[in-house]
Ligand binder design. Sequence first.
Ligand code: SAH
Ligand code: SF4
Length: 352
Amino acid sequence: MTRSEKPVLTGKTKGELAEFFESIGEKRFRAKQLFEWIYDRRVLNYGDMLNLSKSLREKLERETKLVTLFSRASQYSSGTETKKYLFVTEDNKSIEAVVIPEERRTTLCVSTQVGCPLDCKFCATGLMGFSRNLSASEIVQQYLLTQIDYPEEITNIVYMGMGEPLLNYDATLKSLRIFTAEETRGLSKNRITVSTSGITPRIYDLADSGLRVKISLSLHSAFDDVRSEIMPVNKKYPLKSVLESLDYYARTTKTRVTFEYTMFDGINDRDADVKALTKIIRRMPSKLNLIPFNSIAHMAPDGISAQLKSTPYDKILEFADKLRANNITVMVRNTQGDDIAAACGQLAVKHS
Ligand code: SAH
Ligand code: SF4
């Protein structure tokens, strides 16, 4: 199967939809009407959009598409309400999204690429290599299709599924514009987090976009040599440049930056790490999430990837206490969905 020749109207911003309607001889305000049907009422069937004329509905049905992802499977993690969805694209690529309910929120984790080119040594998605960027529509559909299925209201979105969102900047930005649009029910800018491995120039761009969503840096080491070994992207954008861009992000958007720190036994859990980390966290309004390393044994890794082990949980708690003693805000994250390989960094799909 190849990708649709017909325009796909999910994933178009309101401005793009207005241009689209104009180009087919319709009034621009149709864009707002369609936008409301999709993102406020969550209707993905033109036939039900009753304030559009019958002839327009038929035309849209014939000449455009709203849904291109096929929902192949979904699976609950045992004993939790965490649910992983497997979608297949029109060109037969598989992508995943995960819904994670917590006490006062329900978070959707979206993918932005099929695979990832950045080759982080601890990440299942990195190990599968890179296939292609997702379109804005494919990112937005992960939200629409999971929300239509999942019994609770999705309140938060994190860009922490497969891929590096800032290497697919245009599609990521469009999806953010849609999620934060006033018509989109149930979501808001301060409940959306873009997670990045640190693509410095795009961090400046996102800061200047005016969107003011939250940003999270996958830090994983406060030392360039260690970070470069487990995250090759650090050779291109070393800590100094990434941290400067985050200072700018925090200043420009007036948001608090999150640092994600996956813990590897003997590699980034020493006292020297507490000290260096404290210095980084203190330089801007920020908080730190410590994450146990989730096994990627299902990917049969070799080299350094095969040697990585998680810091034991009690040592993670001790590490957190040492940081708290330095007045750092620290959370130790649990890893819901481990049993179905839906936890952070475990998302990878074997291609036929
Ligand atoms: N590419 C982006 C977003 C996707 S990865 C990024 O790197 O930030 C989402 C998060 O999962 C990142 O913080 C990443 O470092 C983390 N992660 C990847 N593999 C992991 C693993 N095996 N165990 C725990 N966290 C992992
Ligand atoms: Fe890509 Fe993020 Fe995985 Fe690194 S951690 S390989 S940037 S998806």
